[in-house]
Design a protein around this ligand. Structure first.
Ligand code: LHQ
Length: 265
């Protein structure tokens, strides 16, 4: 990996840390960064040794969304097809984050704007530095919140707060984001990475298959009625009950010792 790579990938102790690394542009996403992130998430899915993922940003920002330097209208011949950008860059990342059946922790280390404010919402557990701000910046440039924003915001916050954040583009501070249920925790700036690593390391020692099925079940809840969901829970619990980690968990409980989960089928 060379110094000018837009994404830093570091794996240790079952945790893969992905760091958006264009700090001079507040980690704004260009085609190279988008592709690198999608590829890295594929690698995380394929590697059984990776049992938890952290997404964070280098420098003072988490991510300022789309790199607008690539979008100067004066250098374009006609109106752009932003749908193509969504299809090629953003939706593939969001789908991978949601479909990855391993815990994904987002450590929002600073300002998160535009698509950069919504990528954390596609992760499973979001920790933010107290100084971080979430900005649905899209309205400032005539766009709609993308990267799943118009789905996640009303789901997490309700329509009233979702619409106000999206239409005003006012920043939301990390503590309020916690109070409103947008994210899990706000932590002191200088403790963020340590806390995120501790959480990821703990989860990487967990029953990975069961955690992945838990993620699938919770996400599926939005798509189906309660009765159908009970059937899904039955099926996934059947699957979880056949994992060696279930047997290990119960044995460890009965033997009054800590379980040693291996995270495999
Ligand atoms: C940037 C950016 C940036 C380039 C800061 N690009 N350089 C999907 C489909 C296709 C197209 C369109 O978009 C999308 C999804 C989206 O994400 S749309 C939303 C795009 N993002 C934004 O509108 C946010 C733009 N940035 C900002 O509003 C501010 O920079 C924030 C509030 C994030 C931070 O403000 P400050 O802390 O005051 O920092 P700054 O504005 O001074 O930025 C520092 C540098 O980073 C600066 O460069 P410079 O050379 O002057 O130091 C900025 O130009 C650069 N930068 N965001 N998105």
């Amino acid at each position: 990996m060379t110094a000018d790579m837009p994404l830093r990938v570091e794996t240790a102790d079952g945790v893969c840390r992905l760091t958006l690394s264009r700090p001079e542009k507040l980690n704004a996403i260009n085609a190279a960064l988008g592709a690198a992130l999608a590829d890295a998430l594929d690698d995380c899915a394929a590697d059984a040794g990776i049992r938890a993922v952290i997404l964070t940003g280098a420098g003072r920002a988490f991510c300022a969304g789309q790199d607008l330097d690539d979008r100067d209208p004066s250098r374009m011949t006609g109106p752009p097809d932003l749908g193509a950008t969504i299809e090629q860059v953003y939706s593939p990342i969001v789908r991978r984050l949601r479909n990855l059946e391993k815990p994904v922790i987002c450590a929002v280390n600073g300002v998160a704007a535009g698509a950069g404010a919504n990528l954390p919402l596609a992760c499973d557990i979001v920790l933010a530095a107290r100084s971080a701000r979430f900005i649905q910046a899209f309205a400032k440039i005539g766009l709609i919140p993308d990267s799943g924003g118009t789905w996640m915001l009303p789901k997490l916050l309700g329509e009233a707060r979702a619409k106000a954040l999206a239409m005003t583009a006012e920043p939301l501070d990390a503590e309020t984001a916690v109070q409103w249920g947008l994210i899990w925790k706000a932590v002191a700036d200088d403790a963020l990475m340590e806390e995120a690593m501790a959480l990821a390391t703990r989860l990487a020692q967990g029953p990975t298959i069961g955690l992945g099925l838990t993620k699938r079940a919770i996400q599926a809840a939005a798509d189906q009625p309660f009765d159908a969901h009970l059937d899904l829970e039955r099926n996934l619990q059947r699957d979880a009950g056949r994992t060696p980690d279930y047997a290990e968990g119960v044995s460890a409980f009965l033997e009054k010792r800590a379980p040693l989960f291996r995270g495999v089928r």
